[in-house]
Write a protein that binds this ligand. Sequence first.
Ligand SMILES: C[S@@+](CC[C@H](N)C(=O)[O-])C[C@H]1O[C@@H](n2cnc3c(N)ncnc32)[C@H](O)[C@@H]1O
Length: 324
Amino acid sequence: MQARQNLKTIKNFCLFPESIKPIIRSPLFYVGDKFKLLKEILKHFPTQIATFVEPFVGGGSVFLNVEAQKFLLNDIDSYIIALHQFLCSQAENPQFFFENLENLIQKYGFSYSYQKDVVPEKLKKLYPKTYYAHYNKKAYQALKSDFNQSSQKDMLQLYLLLIYGFNRMLRFNTKGEFNLPVGNVDFNENVWQALNDYFEVIQQKEIQWFNLDYQDFLAQISLSPADFLYFDPPYLITFSEYNKLWGEIQEKNLIKTLNDLHQRGLRFAVSNVVSYKGRENTIFKEWAKNFKIIPIKSNYISYHDNSIKQFEEVLVCNYEKSSS
Ligand SMILES: C[S@@+](CC[C@H](N)C(=O)[O-])C[C@H]1O[C@@H](n2cnc3c(N)ncnc32)[C@H](O)[C@@H]1O
């Protein structure tokens, strides 16, 4: 019932003018997501979009906040696409989803601060900054082991591994086993809100999901000048799980792809980091000089040291907003 009431609130928000429409956060809480930068980024997007295309959709923070007639969304990570598809399949009946989720939380004995603070004061005093990690450690190990042992991968289990896991990430070893440790996080009000927002918004969108390398994806779809592509690729000079397989060759191929789209008269915007900790992405910087470069103010949380570093991020657009 509470979930239903919340959906009504979100609907009311959506009736407000574009300028004060709240930005929705994806319930996948993807590392490096664009949530905090969306206000800045979205104002440079075209106002009229027939099909919105995201070749590197990740957690989906961007498409969730874009209006278009149709959405073509892709990522090479099969688990991230499977999680999106799973959540989409639950959108019509959030109550059923939350019941199953709560049953799983109870079965394994996780904390659930959204509903009740169950962590003993003694544990909080002993570990003032990491008590969730201590409280949930056993439950997390049990869930991880069940998930890894089952041949049919349960997406609700994987979603809980993400929510209670280290840095809210997905990571698998070479044997295909999920291998992150417990995080100092919990299922709280923010998670609940993000899930409800996702369920609400997703129902108003016509979406096709793809799980391909972005070049194969682009080769499969037909595009027209009324469409718009947003690229948020792995960044050449920063560290993240998904940046590991991205090198200079991949960066140059991406630039070839972007040049090709430009030649075909298609509109795109691409995010990238051009300098970080003394490193420069000269390949991208040189190429971007041919287009409109918009500096984006951002803070970057590194997977490796968890600290916040200032760095230089840009949005590069191949169209003029006024004529879009
Ligand atoms: C910077 S993240 C995108 C984050 C997203 N904008 C968000 O807000 O959550 C880059 C994404 O590119 C995906 N990726 C990496 N290499 C790819 C490839 N060759 N083709 C398609 N997707 C790829 C990664 O799995 C990752 O999800």
